[in-house]
Design a protein around this ligand. Structure first.
Ligand code: NAD
Length: 371
């Protein structure tokens, strides 16, 4: 929560408590919060005790939930399918929990779409990470010593992050090609001045603007068809994801071995299993002279603006559930109901309930992002 947004909440009649040092790594000092009317408390225990509502980035840990009063409301990136212990602890606390990654993707909810705002940061950073590691220029240069050709960048996955990676690589002067399994992505790729790679594959459009789960046969065919594109690229940036699932493997070790020495792969999906078989989250590894950079939690590498955007997403969401300083969620609102995982201790998000009852496969489900 950045100080300006904390100030706006204070002005709306909400009492805001901030854990000391919460903003320091994002360059928001404690004093900036008190100047805006917020109260500082020294540790997590003191900051959380007595809270009616807790807003966080990551889901609270079961240990933090123990510190919360009964019937508390939590707003965070809960990712309930991957955080079943947290969900159990919230149920035990009779809490109400909203997950920003479940906010339905409708126009009215765009200002609360934290997945998109953080993907924008990640996409931008992935292009910069590639440019930094490539031992070549991104732009074309015509110099007295000779002409330097532009770098060839291939972006796999052209959602919010991929489009931002394309835009950033284009701004740096690279020649950009991109592929996505959703046919709708083609026009967006082209509108950024990049070339859409046409593969003979059927579109994998799912619901809510997301890709659907692809079969292993489909992915094998995709790898085969994209292999030559990968081999001739200086840079491959991968951003492909299917909500709630392991990231699909798009670049295998033999594909990396066909790339020219000095080439770079930036894998934005490293935290969810990786689009490249070789990537490790938070690490650069070198294989056959190719650097494979597994980005881990990229928004944390640009904390000031990541926090700026996330705070606004949170504040816009709070405007739906806090009325005149009182917590009053309107459960007839599709955004409120769609993002609610636990309501007064009861699991109301069907895929999570299924997982907890053991009816679904925890490695795969949930299949759909929203209820
Ligand atoms: P995401 O992070 O879940 O996935 C990233 C991209 O990977 C997606 O474009 C997906 O199609 C692609 N992908 C999945 N499997 C792939 C594969 N095997 N090969 C290549 N690409 C693959 O998605 P996202 O970026 O959060 O959102 C996707 C789209 O949703 C956006 O581009 C946008 O059109 C839409 N959207 C709509 C709203 C809204 O209407 N409010 C908000 C945000 C996004």
């Amino acid at each position: 929560m950045i100080p300006d947004v904390a100030g706006r909440l204070c002005a709306s009649g909400v009492e805001v408590v901030v854990q000391e040092g919460a903003g320091v790594l994002a360059h928001f000092p404690d004093a900036a919060y008190t100047e805006k009317g917020a109260t500082l408390r020294p540790g997590a225990g003191e900051a959380l005790s007595g809270a009616a509502l807790v807003a966080k980035v990551q889901a609270p840990t079961p240990g933090e939930i123990d510190l919360l009063p009964e019937a508390v409301t939590v707003v965070s990136f809960l990712q309930p399918g991957a955080q079943l212990d947290t969900v159990r602890a919230l149920v035990a606390r009779k809490a109400t929990a909203f997950s920003l990654d479940l906010v339905p993707r409708i126009s009215r909810a765009q200002s609360m779409d934290a997945l998109s705002s953080q993907a924008t940061v990640s996409g931008y950073l992935s292009a910069l990470a590639a440019a930094e590691r490539l031992p070549k220029f991104f732009p074309m240069f015509m110099t007295a010593a000779g002409t330097v050709p532009p770098a060839k960048v291939l972006v796999l996955g052209a959602g919010v992050a991929g489009l931002q990676a394309i835009a950033t690589a284009r701004r740096l002067g690279a020649q950009v090609r991109a592929f996505d399994v959703r046919a709708a992505a083609k026009e967006e790729v082209q509108s950024l001045g990049a070339t859409f790679v046409e593969l003979e594959l059927e579109s994998q459009e799912g619901s809510g603007g997301y890709a659907r789960v692809q079969s292993e046969e489909f992915l094998a065919r995709q790898r085969e068809l994209i292999s030559n594109e990968v081999a001739v690229s200086d840079v491959v940036i991968t951003t492909a994801a299917v909500p709630g699932r392991q990231a699909p493997v798009l670049v295998t070790t033999p594909m990396v071995e066909r790339m020219v020495e000095g080439s770079v792969i930036v894998d934005m999906a490293a935290d969810s299993g990786g689009n490249c078989e070789l990537s490790e989250p938070g690490k650069d590894i070198e294989h056959h002279g190719v650097v494979v950079c597994g980005l881990s939690n990229p928004p944390s590498a640009m904390p000031t603006h990541a926090s700026f955007l996330y705070s606004r997403n949170v504040a816009n969401f709070l405007a739906l559930i806090v009325v005149d300083g009182e917590l009053r969620p309107d459960f007839d609102d599709e955004i409120v109901v769609g993002s609610c995982v636990v309501r007064a201790g009861e699991i109301v998000h069907a895929p999570t309930a299924e997982l907890l009852s053991g009816a679904a496969d925890p490695a795969g489900a949930p299949k759909e992002p929203a209820s």
